[in-house]
Write a protein that binds this ligand. Structure first.
Ligand SMILES: C[S@@+](CC[C@H](N)C(=O)[O-])C[C@H]1O[C@@H](n2cnc3c(N)ncnc32)[C@H](O)[C@@H]1O
Length: 222
């Protein structure tokens, strides 16, 4: 299993954790991030719809059997909580930031890094990993996250990443704007999930061709 201690030379993951360890930022994320503009509200609604469709897709693929043990990591301030609870016997919410967890108490919560989840192997039917992968710059950093999710999942992982073949990604490249977000190609993503023992079952878009954020439903193959 990956551990942060064994990769302590990688500063970006640590920097990222620090960014969210902030009371004001956590309150902003909970109260404004997804309501501050019509676009933010549309994106949030679309993401909820995508995750809802993926949950149904997983249940259909298991012959209508309900999902049982769900994990939301990073859970942030819990914007998917009630949707996930509708599909779970148990939901565990994990985030590295104490402030993000404290901003939205409820559901069993744990403070931990996605790099070293305090859970047994194969302990979740379904893992949601929303809006995290694009923060990691290197294939090595993403591989650590994917391997840890694949270790803990019995079957399903739903996650988002940034697609380099999108107008938003091209625009940021042309403008040279560096925002600590790292788009990758579909081929690169395919290689990285395959190396982690995962295969893609379905993908959905917030706005196909435009949005950087792409959503995928992955299945554990090993
Ligand atoms: C953009 S927010 C996304 C939150 C939530 N998934 C959502 O979509 O609303 C990124 C979250 O990742 C968390 N985070 C950053 N690094 C992490 C790590 N190594 N392990 C677990 N959570 C981490 C932050 O604390 C923050 O809550």
């Amino acid at each position: 299993m990956s551990s942060e201690a064994s990769h302590s030379n990688q500063s970006r993951p640590q920097e990222l954790r620090q960014e969210y360890e902030d009371t004001t930022r956590a309150a902003h994320y909970r109260d404004n991030r997804w309501t501050r503009s019509p676009r933010a509200r549309r994106t949030h609604a679309k993401e909820l719809a995508i995750v809802a469709a993926f949950l149904k897709g997983c249940e259909a693929d298991q012959g209508g059997d309900a999902l049982k043990d769900l994990l939301d990591v990073p859970c942030g301030t819990g914007r998917f909580r009630s949707l996930l609870q509708d599909h779970a016997s148990t939901l565990v919410s994990i985030d590295a930031s104490r402030e993000m967890l404290a901003a939205a108490p409820g559901a069993p919560q744990l403070q931990a890094s996605v790099h070293q989840l305090p859970l047994l192997g194969r302990s979740a039917d379904f893992i949601l990993c929303s809006r995290l992968l694009h923060h990691f710059q290197t294939s090595t950093e993403r591989a650590m996250v994917l391997a840890e999710l694949a270790r803990v999942s019995r079957r399903w992982i739903v996650l988002s990443y940034f697609d380099s073949a999108s107008v938003q990604a091209w625009r940021n490249r042309i403008r040279g704007s560096f925002r600590g977000r790292f788009p990758i190609s579909r081929a690169q993503f395919a290689n990285e999930i395959a190396a982690a023992g995962l295969r893609e079952r379905e993908r959905r878009y917030i706005q196909r061709g435009w949005s950087e954020q792409v959503w995928v439903r992955l299945e554990v193959t090993v």
